[in-house]
Design a protein around this ligand. Structure first.
Ligand code: NAP
Ligand code: ZN
Length: 426
C-alpha cells in the first residue's frame, strides 16, 4: 500500500493545498492505490499515475499540482472569486490576506457553501455593500499554520469558519457564558464588513483564510467536510432559534417555511431533536423528497388554501426561512394559541405584520441572527452525534454565477457547495 511521508512545516507552507488534500486522502499517511488514483483524477494532474510504495511529500504534491491561471495575478497571496459591483457577476480576483499573527489560524479552504445571503449582498439588496466582495461564510478546510499563542488548533486539523471572524471580546455578549458575539456591536462579519484596521473582510470563495482562533470551529471527524460547510451558517441559523425559543422538546410540532438551504437544515435538526415537522413550501416538486428523504412528517403547499386550513392551529412554532416577500397571516393561522413565529429569512423589503392574526393567536413574532461561537460548536457536535449533515450539490467555482441564477428560482437541493480545493488552484 502506498505510504506518503508527512511534510515538514516549510513543505506545508509551500504547498498548503496539497497538504490539505493529503489530510483527506491519507490522514495516517497510508492510502490504497485505487483511492489515491481516484483522488488524483479528481483533484490532481490526471496524466500523473499514482505511485506505489514510499512516496515523498514532494512527489505527492507534484501528483496533485495543476496549472493555475488565477495564480498568475501578481502581488496577491490569495485567490478568490469576487463581485466587483452590484451587478453581482462573479469572476476571479486576487487579493492579500494578513500574515498569520500570534493568535491566528490559517485555513486552506476545501469547501464553501453558497448562502442566499451571499446573493442578497453581491446584488446589494440590503444596501451598503462593499466591493470588491468575495462572499462565502460557510467555510471548511484544513489548518496549515497557527500562531505562537494558538493552543486549540494545529496544522492538519479540520476547521470551519462561519458568518463572523471577530468581535470586541470584552462586552457582556462576548463573555464566555453568553458567547453571543453575533449581537456584539463590534461584531466583524466574515465578508462585506471591515476589520478594525479598516481593511475589507473577504469570505470563503477563496483559497485560504486567516482567522483569530476564537472564531474557528472544530469540524468533528464523523462529519464529511463538503456536506458540513453549510452547517456553519444554515445549520446554526436554524439550530439557534430552536434552542433559544424552547422549540426543541421531543413531540413538539414545528413548521418550516421554505425548503432551501436553511429550511432543509431546520428539518434535519428538528427531526434530530425529536420534533414533529411540517414543511410549508411553494414547490410541490419537493414533497416526496421532504417526507421520504429529509424526514419531514407533513408537507403543505403554501399556495393551497385548503391544505393550510386543514393544518390550522396545529403548530407550536414556525421557523420562516423565506428569502422574498410573503404573507405572514397564513402562517400565523397555522400556529396554536401562544405559538411562536421566528423569522430568519431576510427579504430585501420589509414584511407586513398582520396585527389581527397575531392578536387572535396571542402569537409571538420574533427573529434570530445566526448563532454564537459556543452554540455553533455545540451544533456541530450535535450533528456529529446524530449523523446530520447538509444535502448538497457540489459545484466547481466557475459555476457560481449559474448557481446564483438557480438559487433565485429555488432550484437547489438543498445547498450548493463549492469544491474550492478541486476547482480553485492557488
Ligand atoms: P434558499 O436556499 O434560497 O431558500 C429559500 C427558500 O425560500 C426557497 O428554497 C423557497 O422554498 C422559499 N422561497 C423563495 N422565494 C419565495 C417566495 N417568493 N415566496 C415563498 N417562498 C419562497 O435561501 P437560504 O440560503 O436558505 O436563505 C434564506 C433566507 O435566510 C435568506 O433571506 C438569507 O439571507 C437569510 N439568512 C438569514 C440568516 C440569519 O442569521 N437570520 C442567516 C442566513 C441566511 P420553497 O421552494 O420550499 O418554497
Ligand atoms: Zn448564510
Amino acid at each position: 500500500m502506498p505510504r506518503v511521508h508527512q511534510p515538514s512545516p516549510s513543505e506545508i507552507a509551500a504547498h498548503p493545498r496539497e497538504f490539505a488534500l493529503l489530510r483527506q486522502v491519507a490522514p495516517s499517511g497510508e492510502v490504497d492505490k485505487e483511492t489515491l488514483a481516484e483522488y488524483v483524477k479528481l483533484y490532481g494532474e490526471p496524466s500523473k499515475a499514482a505511485a506505489d510504495g514510499e512516496i515523498s511529500f514532494a512527489d505527492f504534491a507534484a501528483m496533485f499540482s495543476r496549472p493555475a491561471s488565477a495564480r498568475e495575478q501578481a502581488g496577491t497571496n490569495c485567490v478568490g472569486w469576487a463581485a466587483q459591483d452590484k451587478s453581482g457577476v462573479m469572476a476571479p480576483f486576487g487579493f492579500n490576506r494578513r500574515p498569520v499573527g500570534p493568535k491566528d489560524v490559517r485555513i486552506q479552504i476545501t469547501h464553501a457553501g453558497i448562502c442566499h445571503s451571499d446573493l442578497h449582498q453581491v446584488k446589494d439588496e440590503w444596501g451598503g455593500s462593499l466591493f470588491p466582495m468575495v462572499p462565502g461564510h460557510e467555510i471548511v478546510g484544513i489548518v496549515t499554520e497557527v500562531g505562537a499563542e494558538v493552543s486549540s488548533f494545529k496544522p492538519g486539523d479540520r476547521a470551519g469558519v462561519g458568518c463572523m471572524v471577530d468581535s470586541c471580546g470584552s462586552c457582556e455578549l462576548c463573555a464566555p457564558e453568553r458567547s453571543e458575539q453575533q449581537y456584539c456591536p463590534k461584531c466583524v462579519y466574515t465578508y462585506n464588513c471591515m476589520h478594525p484596521d479598516g481593511s475589507i473582510c473577504q469570505g470563503g470563495y477563496s483559497s485560504h483564510i486567516v482567522v483569530t482562533e476564537a472564531f474557528v470551529l472544530r469540524i468533528p471527524d464523523a462529519l464529511p467536510l463538503d456536506a458540513s460547510a453549510p452547517l456553519l451558517c444554515a445549520g446554526i441559523t436554524t439550530y439557534s432559534p430552536l434552542k433559544h425559543f424552547g422549540l426543541d422538546k421531543p413531540g413538539m410540532r414545528l413548521g418550516v417555511v421554505g425548503l432551501g438551504g436553511l429550511g432543509h437544515m431546520a428539518v434535519k435538526l428538528a427531526k434530530g431533536m425529536g420534533l414533529h415537522v411540517t414543511v410549508i413550501s411553494t414547490s410541490e416538486s419537493k414533497r416526496e423528497e421532504a417526507t421520504k428523504v429529509l424526514g419531514a412528517d407533513e408537507f403543505l403547499v403554501s399556495k393551497d388554501p385548503e391544505a393550510l386550513k386543514s393544518a390550522a392551529n396545529s403548530l407550536h412554532g414556525i421557523i420562516d426561512t423565506v428569502s422574498a416577500k410573503h404573507d405572514l397571516a397564513a402562517l400565523i393561522g397555522l400556529l396554536k394559541l401562544d405559538g411562536k413565529l421566528v423569522l430568519v429569512g431576510v427579504p430585501e423589503v420589509p414584511l407586513d405584520l398582520p396585527s389581527a392574526a397575531v392578536i387572535f393567536k396571542r402569537a409571538t413574532v420574533s427573529g434570530s441572527l445566526i448563532g454564537g461561537i459556543k452554540q455553533t460548536q455545540e451544533m456541530l457536535d450535535f450533528c456529529a452525534e446524530k449523523g446530520i449533515a447538509s444535502t448538497i450539490e457540489k459545484i466547481p467555482i466557475d459555476y457560481v454565477n449559474k448557481a446564483y441564477e438557480r438559487m433565485v428560482k429555488s432550484d437547489v437541493r438543498y445547498r450548493f457547495v463549492i469544491d474550492v480545493q478541486g476547482s480553485l488552484v492557488a
